[in-house]
Design a protein around this ligand. Structure first.
Ligand SMILES: [Zn+2]
Length: 55
């Protein structure tokens, strides 16, 4: 394993309805960046706070 930057897949989960709307990856070496992000929730059709969900 010669990978330098460790990346981890995470989900962005809507805090209001619990829907996992986005999947992305973060660099673990830099630590968890932001725990909460404002994102568009498809099921609610508005912007809500999304929480980072690690596996
Ligand atoms: Zn939602």
């Amino acid at each position: 394993m010669a990978k330098k930057s460790k990346r981890e897949f995470i989900w962005l989960e809507c805090k209001e309805c619990g829907e996992r709307n986005y999947r992305t990856d973060i660099s673990v070496a830099e630590g968890t960046p932001k725990l909460e992000l404002k994102k568009y929730c498809k099921s609610e059709r508005k912007h809500t706070v999304h929480k980072i969900r690690r596996k």
